[in-house]
Design a protein around this ligand. Structure first.
Ligand SMILES: Cc1cc2nc3c(=O)[nH]c(=O)nc-3n(C[C@H](O)[C@H](O)[C@H](O)COP(=O)(O)OP(=O)(O)OC[C@H]3O[C@@H](n4cnc5c(N)ncnc54)[C@H](O)[C@@H]3O)c2cc1C
Length: 244
């Protein structure tokens, strides 16, 4: 099923792939990770190419629930079970900085978004406990997360928590705006180019289905590893959690 975000006309047109071209940096994958990274590299003065196997946003980004939030299901309590409080704080700080960077980009480029409260809620006794842990983990990490009886949902929940002042947007608006920013800084983006292999030392050769290019730096922003496959796709299927 085509997602709501991808079900529209595109303003973006792909750049031609030029075999044997040389770049300072090649970013593999045109989701939000790849495009934000490519923009930062291009703004720093690097000659950047983004290679996308399918189309911009065709991976996870064009199929998300479109939230830009520091409350992410039960991620923080999951992290706290495995790592120190310092590590959890660092995760929250990095997320806060990423959120602020993206909102600045949206403001500067007049990309619409809405401020909304974010919720994590539970429908079962097991979920209830997880949401309680998430509240504690969020507060310990300095977030203004609070328990609420009002989720705005048309059904009742066992327990719900809320983090005020987060955001939502159309992910394709965001990606297209990042593409414009990338090109304004000399970057190129080629769709339909699947990276097969990366070889070499200080100057790397990126081999694709359309030919090879050379670069000093390669960023793999493909969601799952493409060069060292380790059955990572199984992980999500093994760890279901409460809604968020
Ligand atoms: C159902 C769901 C909902 C989510 N909702 C949210 C949310 O609301 N908010 C949030 O912040 N996060 C959400 N996430 C997490 C989400 O995955 C990330 O936030 C973000 O969209 C990931 O972006 P990405 O750029 O890393 O990956 P992707 O968007 O998946 O981009 C990777 C790109 O790499 C390309 N690619 C793969 N292999 C190759 C190759 N060999 N050569 C060239 N290109 C290649 C793919 O085609 C793809 O376009 C959600 C995840 C899921 C599964």
């Amino acid at each position: 099923m085509l997602s709501l975000w991808l079900d529209r006309a595109r303003s973006f047109t792909s750049d031609p792939f030029v075999p044997n071209a040389e770049y300072d940096a090649v970013v593999v994958g045109a989701g939000i990770t790849g495009l934000a990274t490519a923009v930062l590299l291009a703004r720093s003065g690097m000659k950047v190419a983004v290679l996308e196997a399918r189309t911009v946003g065709a991976g996870t980004t064009g199929n998300t629930t479109a939230k830009l939030t520091l409350l992410q299901g039960t991620i923080l309590s999951g992290l706290r079970r495995q790592y120190s409080q310092e590590m959890v704080n660092a995760y929250v700080d990095a997320n806060r900085e990423g959120q602020a960077w993206l909102l600045r980009h949206l403001d500067d480029n007049e990309v619409p978004y809405q401020r909304r409260d974010a919720y994590t809620y539970a429908m079962t006794a097991e979920g209830d406990e997880k949401v309680r842990s998430e509240l504690a983990a969020g507060q310990a990490a300095g977030l203004d997360v609070e328990e609420t009886g009002d989720t705005g949902l048309p059904f009742s929940t066992r327990r719900a928590i809320r983090l005020p002042g987060q955001a939502q947007f159309n992910p394709m608006d965001v990606l297209e705006s990042l593409c414009v920013d990338l090109r304004a800084h000399g970057g190129v983006l080629s769709e339909g180019v699947r990276v097969r292999d990366v070889a070499g030392g200080s100057h790397r050769i990126v081999r694709t289905n359309a030919g090879a290019i050379r670069t000093k730096l390669v960023v793999l922003a493909t969601g799952i590893p493409i060069l060292d496959r380790g059955l990572y796709f199984r992980q999500g299927a093994l760890t279901p959690g409460p809604s968020g």
